[in-house]
Write a protein that binds this ligand. Structure first.
Ligand code: URA
Ligand code: URA
Length: 229
């Protein structure tokens, strides 16, 4: 067989394997997460702890938000959490306090976590952006690009089993997609070799209570995966 034929056969086999997996598991696409995660764990983290990382990055000046922020909002929770929640960016309350999700959306997030029997201290909560965009405007592409390495470093230290993206901005940024929330939720993706799921942002639930039911379904599924680990 020529090299090209070998490649075509491999592509065909891979396609067949994926379709077979889809038949078995439905829309939830399963990768070999454990293997990927093991590879991921071998990649050396730059810092040995979140505290050490925080001390080194808290004065970050990589983007313009440094000049308008009050506090750098690094993230909070357990350094060996199995679940990491990723929001969009700090709002006013977070910017003042230096902690993620402490405003109204944050209080709802606490309730959502409690509903699946998790305490905030057991998980890790962070955002794509560590600094507040003025007037809570959407993050721009360049800010996300410059800030994402911080989140990636945090993930290397924490090594969670599951990531839950809160809202469209976080999901589209991590999964490099423009798909809508409706299309994104209800599936398992992989980010840095970590099982990654998507649900609505708690602020969206405050505006639109109809989103509570699908969010409830999403977090129940997250809890099931969490227990399977
Ligand atoms: N919204 C977010 O996305 N993150 C926070 O920390 C607070 C509100
Ligand atoms: N827009 C968001 O930012 N988040 C949602 O969850 C829904 C719409």
């Amino acid at each position: 067989m020529t090299d090209n034929n070998k490649k075509l056969e491999l592509i065909e086999l891979t396609k067949r394997y994926i379709l077979q997996q889809k038949d078995i598991y439905g829309d939830v696409l399963w990768g070999n997460f454990n293997l990927e995660n093991k590879i991921n764990k071998r990649k050396n983290a730059k810092y040995s702890s979140l505290e050490e990382m925080y001390d080194n990055v808290k004065d970050c000046q990589k983007c313009g938000l440094a000049s308008t922020r009050t506090k750098f909002v690094f993230g909070k929770g357990s350094g060996d959490a199995k679940l990491v929640l990723v929001g969009e960016a700090p709002g006013r309350d977070e910017d003042l306090k230096g902690e993620p999700f402490v405003g109204r959306a944050g209080q709802l997030l606490t309730k959502i976590l409690n509903a699946i029997n998790l305490k905030r201290e057991e998980v890790y909560i962070a955002n794509v952006l560590k600094c507040r965009p003025p007037n809570n405007r959407d993050p721009v592409e360049s800010e996300m690009e410059m800030c994402l390495p911080h989140l990636n470093e945090q993930l290397k230290i924490i090594k969670p089993e599951i990531i839950l993206c809160l809202g469209r901005v976080s999901a589209q940024c991590l999964l490099k997609t423009k798909m809508s929330m409706k299309e994104l939720r209800g599936k398992v993706y992989s980010y840095q070799g970590i099982k990654t799921l998507v649900t609505y942002h708690p602020a969206a639930l405050l505006r639109n209570p109809q989103l509570k039911k699908p969010t409830w379904e999403d977090v129940q599924f997250v809890r099931k995966l969490y227990d399977d680990e």
